[in-house]
Design a protein around this ligand. Structure first.
Ligand code: FMN
Length: 182
């Protein structure tokens, strides 16, 4: 698929078939995450890939809306160092979801509401303190559920986006596209 088409057709899909994700495809997805840029190239992101489906169900207990993980073929916990920013983690996460969709694999990010729960389950290091943030220990920013989309279920909840005229402003907050008209 052409890159623009992959990006604009990617929806957050929550129901998957039982078809496994081939190892080489998963490797390409992970490589897409690894290649994401980061602030000052600090590379504060690490990934924990969970393929054991029973384990994934236990991991899902750390979030309130983690149903996508229950039927996923894999989950990728996007972990961030104490001083790392959620933006860096988000870039890696979106890279992986877009690369996955390019292979026909659907995905949904899932929130982790209970950090102590996920820190304990995945064994994230908690001994280092971020010099800049003062934050202690690694965290999980999001867990990506991955799998081939189940064709009998809609690919997305069909949630609309903000109209482009409201989403984009020009030159200043509230500015319209016509030059000088604000
Ligand atoms: C940071 C983040 C966390 C999310 N957490 C969850 C979640 O816990 N469970 C879930 O089902 N969807 C989750 N989503 C998916 C959103 O609900 C989804 O992006 C939104 O509804 C748009 O979906 P669409 O692209 O299919 O229209 C999350 C999305 C983001 C960006």
């Amino acid at each position: 698929m052409d890159a623009y088409k992959v990006v604009v057709t990617k929806r957050d899909t929550r129901t998957y078939t039982d078809q496994p994700i081939p190892d080489e495809v998963l490797q390409r997805i992970l490589q897409a995450g690894r290649m994401a840029g980061s602030s000052k190239n600090t590379q504060p992101v690490r990934l924990v890939v969970i393929r054991d489906r029973e384990w994934l169900k236990q991991i899902a207990e750390c979030g309130k809306f983690s149903q996508p993980l229950l039927g996923a073929q894999a989950g990728i916990a996007v972990c961030c160092a104490p001083d790392g920013s959620d933006f860096d983690a988000g870039r890696a996460a979106q890279n992986m979801m877009v690369a996955a969709w390019n292979e026909g694999i659907a995905s949904c990010p899932t929130s982790v509401h209970d950090q102590p729960c996920i820190i304990e389950k995945l064994g994230l290091p908690q001994d280092d303190v971020g010099e800049a943030s003062g934050r202690k220990g690694w965290r999980v920013v999001v867990i990506i559920a991955l799998g081939y989309p189940e064709p009998s279920v809609p690919m997305s909840m069909g949630r609309a986006r903000v109209p482009v005229e409201d989403y984009v402003m020009w030159e200043k907050w509230g500015g319209s596209e016509v030059r000088g008209k604000r």
